[in-house]
Each structure stands twice: as C-alpha cells, then as structure tokens.
Ligand binder design. Structure first.
Ligand code: SF4
Length: 461
C-alpha cells in the first residue's frame, strides 16, 4: 500500500499526506462524554457528527451518543441559529440530559455562529429547562487537532462551572485534588483515580469516561451510564488543594482556567506513563498531602525488577514514536529509561514546545533524532526508510508503515481501531508500565524468534 513512498525527503509546505491527527470536535465530543448525563452536541452538518461518533465507537467498542444541528444548504448560508434552537428543544424534550455540551465544526465556525448568543436566546425562549445546562467549546478543525478540541471542552467545563469557594474545609474532610487526566482511555482514568485515592486524597476528575465508555455487558442499554463527573463536582472544583493537569497539550488550559476562576493552584505534569512520569505524579500527590502506601512502593519495585530483568532486550534498540504529543513525550521518556534510542518522534498536533521537551528528555541523544510537530505519516515513513527502527509505537494508523517496512509494532494512544481491550487495561501508572513493557518485549522477541536461524532459536530468552 505504501510501496511508492520515496526515500528522498522533499520540502512540503502546503500538502499533508496521511495526517497524524484528526479533527477538533472528536476530542471535544470525547471530553463531553466524561460529564455525567451529558449529551454531546455537534453544531454543524450530519456528516461531521457521524464521522466523530463512529470514530469514537470504533476505538471504544461502545455506542457513542451525540446530537447534531444537521445543517443543510440554508443553514450554511443564513447561519445555524434556527437549527441549534430546534435541536436543543428536541434534545431536552426527548433525551432529558442534565448537560448539553455544544461544540462547533468547520462549517459553523466559518459561518461565524455565536454560540453563547444562541444559547442565550434558547434560555429566553425557555427551551433550556430549569436546572439544566448548556456549555460550549469552539472547535474549528482547520487549526489544532483532536487534542486541542479535547482541551477546549475541558477548559469550557471549568469556565462554566468552577467557582471560588470561601468556606474552609473541616479538619475531618479529606483533601481534594482536581485532576484533568488528559486524552487517555477510561482504563487510564480509572487507574489515575485508584493511585490518587490510594494516597488518601479525594479526587475530582474531569472529564471522567470511566463508567461511561467501559461499561459491562448487562443485556440492557443505558442511555446515560453511571460514570462521568457530575455538575455538582464541577461546581466544587474550588475546594481542591490543587488541579493536576496530566499532559500539557490536553489538560493545561483547563487547570489554568480553574486557577483563574476558583483560585486553585495548578500543577502541569506529564502523563504518568512509565516510571519517571508515575514517580512525579505520586510525588506531587504527596506534596499535596497524600501518603504513598506500601502497596504502591511494591508495584514500583515490581516494575523496576522487570526493567532490570529485561534490560538486555531493550538496550540500544531504535524506536519510532508517533501520535499525540503528551503520549509521545511520556513514551519517549519510558523508552529512554529502558535504554532504547528514540530516533523518530512525530506528532500531528502543532506546538513548538514539543521539540523543546523531546530534546530535553533525550539529552545528548537528541542530536541524532528526527523530531517534528505538525508532521504527517508520509514523513514518518520516509524517516524510517532512511533510518530503520527496531520498534514502532503509535496508534492504528502506523500499521501500514509497520507492514511496508516489516517493523514490530505496538499499538498505544488514540485511536486504536483494529484491536480491543485497551479501554479496559491501563497504560498509566506502574502497572500500566508493566503491561506496556511486556507488550513491547513480546513484539521484539516475537520478531527475534521469527528471524532466528535454527541454531539460534532458543527456548529461554
Ligand atoms: S474536519 Fe471539519 S468538516 Fe471535516 S469532519 Fe472535522 S469538523 Fe467536519
């Protein structure tokens, strides 16, 4: 399929081939699903909404509910206000959500629809029932990526609900930390909560898709599953001793918004993937009043033991990593800690900070690495053709390159469309790192077994 990717790199400024990102509203839709009893609402044409829903459904293997303004030619010319008013009316009458989270699309952004004004009109016309909420995020897809859309909707949650709380907590109250978990799977959000609660802290996580997109099969369809952060919890963000943003790109702006609105200090951390990221996450919790229990020290020890036991298989192996910037940086650090050599790092999400952070993590190894934000998979393929790697880490879209170049491939990040289980098994935390390491090791050793001559085909490796 990629047989014709040429070896020589050419300067390209106006052409993207196989983008390493998708559009903003998908991220906004995913974030909105992490609010309890929230219906995401796509203000644009049906095609956008169908694409976003189906893409999320394919990754999470769960039905994803969302409403749309269903723009036609008329709305494209005269604006989408009538569609949004009618849509909100239908949604509140038929589906009875607590919150409707409106995000825009390329079309409604190009028209210039003013969502707060239209929502104000809906209130004047009593379309929004008492005690129900409509929030919104602008998500034009001709800038940014799905990560930016996720960040914008998280920020919107804070700007609509977070408020300063003056009442002092009682001495018996558990200290609360707010966590913006980043664009990660429900399994990861569940694990971040487990780690945090293990330290004795209470946690308000927003968004929280655990219990929404990883629900068990019961034989009954539940339109609004039990999970998700509640409006009550969002209104109480001001009680937090800090807001921890896990991942600069996906979570920082929301934490800043909570700080600005509710006077809760922010801490910007990396995703807790791998040993270094998880250590820093737990240290931050300890600094905010948490106690690290023996059980977590034990989990860490197990990970260290595994890293030592398998070090010879990873040392010096070249790896290419692509996907979302928060994931790539955390994975780069973990691979570096394993003794691997990350040689190609590429994200489709823009931002100068990416190269700066990747260079800092790699230290002297950065000199020989290709690092690029706003890149595409065509470029990644060319890099790999010019400097082959032993392992490729990234989302499902890497499988074409892995096949073309015959490289062991481990799926990690978003989206994963051709495998299952990732939404139930975390990548974050010490246990997540054990799982990730073992998948990477399997991929490397399966390849070694496959290629070993008869006399080197060993039973014990
Ligand atoms: S890029 Fe724009 S037009 Fe295309 S699906 Fe996304 S929001 Fe819709």
């Amino acid at each position: 399929m990629l047989d014709h990717t040429p070896l020589p790199l050419a300067e390209r400024s106006a052409l993207t081939i196989n983008p390493a990102k998708t559009c903003q509203p998908i991220g906004a839709m995913y974030a909105a699903l992490g609010i309890h009893r929230c219906l995401p609402y796509s203000h644009g044409s049906q095609g956008c909404c169908s694409y976003h829903r189906s893409h999320l459904s394919r990754h999470f293997k769960e039905p994803v509910m969302a409403a749309t303004s269903s723009f036609t030619e008329g709305s494209s010319v005269f604006g989408g206000q009538p569609n949004l008013l009618e849509g909100l009316n239908t949604v509140f009458t038929v589906y009875k959500p607590d919150v409707v989270a409106v995000h825009t699309t390329c079309l409604s952004e190009t028209i210039g629809d003013d969502i707060p004004q239209i929502v104000g009109e809906a209130r004047r016309q009593s379309i929004i029932p008492e005690g129900k909420y409509v929030i919104h995020a602008n998500t034009p897809s001709y800038v940014g990526s799905h990560v930016v859309g996720f960040s914008n909707m998280c920020t919107s949650m804070a700007s609509y609900f977070a408020e300063r709380i003056e009442t002092k907590p009682r001495s018996t109250d558990r200290r609360q930390v707010n966590i913006v978990p980043g664009f990660v799977d429900p399994s990861d959000m569940r694990e971040v909560r487990r780690l945090t609660e293990a330290t004795g802290l209470a946690v308000t996580m927003f968004p929280d898709t655990a219990g929404v997109l990883d629900t068990p099969q019961t034989g009954h369809h539940v339109f609004y599953p039990e999970g998700g952060v509640t409006v009550e919890e969002l209104k109480n963000l001001g009680r937090g001793v800090a807001t921890l943003a896990l991942g600069y790109w996906a979570s920082r702006d929301a934490a800043v918004e909570v700080e600005n609105r509710a006077d809760v200090p922010r801490e910007i951390l990396d995703l807790p993937i791998g040993i270094g990221g998880t250590d820093r996450f737990l240290k931050t919790l300890a600094f905010r009043g948490g106690q690290i229990p023996k059980a977590l020290e034990y989990e860490r020890g197990q990970l260290v033991d595994l890293m030592v036991d398998t070090q010879q298989h990873f040392y010096g192996k070249k790896v290419a990593i692509f996907g979302d910037p928060d994931h790539i940086l955390a994975l780069t650090e973990f691979c570096h800690d394993l003794g691997m050599v990350p040689v190609h790092l590429l994200t489709g999400t823009p931002g100068k900070r990416f190269a700066k952070e990747a260079t800092r993590i790699l230290g002297p190894k950065a000199a020989g690495a290709n690092i690029q934000a706003k890149g595409d998979l065509f470029l990644l393929h060319q890099w790999i053709k010019n400097e082959p790697v032993d392992l490729l880490l990234g989302n499902t879209y890497g499988k074409h390159i892995a096949r073309a170049e015959d490289i062991p491939f481990v799926r990690v990040g978003w989206p994963i469309l051709d495998r299952a289980g990732h939404t139930l098994l975390p990548t974050v935390g010490y246990n997540g790192a054990v799982r990730l390491l073992s998948r990477m090791l399997d991929a490397l050793l399966d390849r070694r077994d496959r290629d070993a001559p008869e006399h080197e085909f060993e039973l014990v490796l």
